[in-house]
Design a protein around this ligand. Structure first.
Ligand SMILES: [Zn+2]
Length: 264
């Protein structure tokens, strides 16, 4: 293992998540104190030094910290400002290939009219044929290289004349209109865009429909891991202001990417 394997730039530097860092340093401190109290002073000092160094170069040492630290910190009576909300990457991120915000009800009506979704009791779900095409397309795109995915996004979606790819060492992104869109999101939306086909004639509605299809995901379209619920508080690209409740989100624990934000 070399030094570059140990470092994780996606969790340090500008990308450092302060809730994760604080919680980890606290846990390292507690563990060191416990050893110290038990008269294992050499061990305590070594643990404290190693733990702090690991947090410095890796962002966090306790596995799955991004899944619990933001919630933990959100529950503490501490102002959000302490945790530096603007610690995201220097290139802005967006959760979707499309920046157009359309009314959710309109989009669902259009999808239903196109035969892409159907109601079952209180639930809505994709119709069987569309669902099968969507999952087939996601499997195909998951196997594509990042460059090929970016190229296909640019060729498929109208008015996306340039799409670039960006790999920060841990996560893969497609750069669309100068913003980063996470690879699993691109896979899901591009596949849904294909699956909706020409049944949805209006391009903006088709893109918004593809975006809405992410709510039907239960596993990561890129790596297959089951999605987990989390909260987007000042962590890993998340952002909230003190006036609004933290967003409930679905994340892939392996890609460490947000796949869906539950509407308030
Ligand atoms: Zn994943």
């Amino acid at each position: 293992m070399n030094w570059e394997d140990i470092r994780r730039p996606s969790h340090t530097g500008e990308n450092r998540c302060w809730p994760c860092t604080t919680v980890n340093l606290g846990l390292v401190g507690v563990a060191a104190l416990w050893l110290y109290r038990r008269d294992r002073r050499v061990g305590a000092v070594a643990l404290a030094a190693l733990g702090a160094a690991a947090v410095a170069v890796r962002g966090y040492v306790v596995p799955y910290t991004p899944q619990f630290a933001p919630r933990l910190v959100a529950a503490l009576p501490i102002p959000d400002e302490l945790f530096g909300k603007d610690t995201g990457p220097s290139i802005p991120e967006r959760e979707s290939l499309t920046a157009t915000e359309l009314d959710g009800t309109t989009v669902l009506d259009e999808l239903a009219a196109a035969g892409a979704i159907e109601a079952e009791g209180d639930l809505i779900r994709p119709t069987a044929a569309v669902d099968e095409t969507w999952h087939g397309e996601m499997d195909r795109l998951a196997d594509a290289s990042l460059d090929a995915l970016a190229r296909e996004a640019a060729e498929t979606i109208p008015a996306r004349d340039s799409a670039d790819s960006y790999d920060d060492g841990d996560s893969e992104w497609v750069v669309v209109d100068g913003v980063l869109v996470a690879r699993p999101v691109v896979v899901a939306e591009l596949a849904a865009y294909h699956a909706l086909g020409d049944a949805v004639a209006d391009q903006e509605v088709r893109l918004a429909g593809a975006r809405a299809f992410r709510m039907f995901l239960d596993s990561c379209p890129d790596c297959g891991s089951a999605l987990v619920e989390s909260s987007a508080v000042s962590c890993c690209g998340g952002y909230t202001d003190p006036q609004t409740a933290p967003e409930e989100i679905l994340v892939c624990p392996d890609c460490e990417q947000r796949l869906f934000t539950v509407p308030n």
